[in-house]
Write a protein that binds this ligand. Structure first.
Ligand SMILES: O=C(O)CCC(=O)C(=O)O
Ligand SMILES: [Fe+2]
Length: 339
């Protein structure tokens, strides 16, 4: 049986010319057709996967006061802990708790003419009571970054571009972000929204899920289950890759259904994005591909900006209104923040 969401083996890229050509063709059609696939052969070991899931469970098991001590609302960089119900998707609360981690950098000094998105750069918040979390998550960040860069180069070649076509957009100062997420089970009186239907904003998302189901992708007007396959990562296309490919590749809508009572689901999404100061280029596709590019989806409620910093800030302000009110009150009347 062919799966709607296929499994692609990244190690085929290193198995000679003809295997690597067929891998690239499979990659292109998976990314274009459903926009979601499972990735095997990525080189991250079972132990490394187990370590990041264990570290995540240890964090969520901390007493609530320890988690609230690093609440995201303290951070103008949208880093830190969000309790269940604290994040919105399309204006509705998601039933998950999570810790957001970005790239560790110094905050940028602010002056009257400094663009608003520069406030997104800065330090993370780490729990004082679990010192092992920082090295565990930074190790995962480094491994996921390496896989994401290999994949992005493969996408460039699959789109008949030079392998390094996207390098200037992330070189030296990439702006990835990751989260550890816990979806607590809930009885059916809740509305079932673990995270509501959405597209991801970056280039590529690499998602690690534990053994519990709940992730679904929209395909052909239906919701398709993306149940866990041990050892794989789930990859999906984000809006920046859709923009760069003029809609040839698709950022697909997905969501997570709350697990039943007594079950908790842990996931670790890693969003590989671009430098905040980058502008997303429009690739010149060869004629046969250009003819199939439909232009990026346009949603009047979710305008896409080619300026990465502006785009990222827009989606953060919408997802976390409490952070927006505390740290970005000066922007709240602008189109950036309206839902
Ligand atoms: O937890 C998951 O499986 C998916 C999470 C997700 O789609 C997101 O955070 O963007
Ligand atoms: Fe997502």
């Amino acid at each position: 049986m062919t799966r709607i969401v296929p499994v692609l083996d990244l190690s085929r890229l290193e198995q000679g010319h003809s295997e690597s050509r067929t891998f690239l063709a499979d990659l292109r059609s998976a990314a274009r057709d459903v926009g979601f696939f499972y990735l095997s052969g990525h080189g991250i070991t079972e132990d490394e996967i187990a370590d990041v899931l264990t570290a995540s469970r240890q964090f969520f098991a901390l007493p609530e006061t320890d988690k609230l001590a690093i609440e995201m609302v303290n951070s103008s960089q949208f880093r830190g802990y969000t309790r269940a119900g604290g994040e919105l998707t399309k204006g509705k609360a998601d039933w998950r708790e999570q810790l957001d981690i970005g790239v560790e950098r110094d905050a940028i000094p602010q002056g009257p003419d400094t663009p608003a998105w520069t406030r997104l750069q800065g330090p993370n918040q780490w729990p004082g009571q679990l010192p092992s979390l920082k090295p565990a998550l930074l190790a995962w960040q480094a491994k996921a970054t390496a896989v994401a860069i290999r994949l992005l180069k493969a996408f460039a070649v699959a789109l008949e571009q030079p392998e390094d076509a996207f390098d200037p957009i992330y070189r030296e100062s990439p702006n990835h972000r990751m989260k550890i997420v816990r979806y607590p089970g809930r009885d059916t009186t809740g509305d079932g929204q673990g995270v509501g239907a959405h597209k991801d904003g970056g280039f590529l998302t690499l998602l690690l899920q534990d053994e519990n189901k709940g992730l679904q992708v929209e395909y052909d007007g239906h919701w398709v289950d993306v149940d866990p396959i041990p050892g794989t990562l789930v990859v999906n296309i984000g809006e920046l890759l859709e923009l760069a490919s003029n809609g040839y590749l698709r950022a697909t809508v997905h969501r997570v259904i709350t697990p039943p009572v007594g079950v908790e689901r842990i996931s670790v999404p890693f969003f590989f994005s671009a430098r905040l100061d980058a502008t997303i280029p429009l690739l010149t596709l060869p004629e046969e591909l250009a003819g199939e590019a439909q232009g990026p989806a346009s949603d009047p409620d979710n305008p896409l900006f080619r300026d990465v910093g502006t785009n990222v800030l827009k989606s953060r302000l919408r997802s976390h209104p409490d952070v927006a009110r505390r740290h970005y009150a000066d922007l709240l009347d602008s189109t950036l923040a309206s839902t």
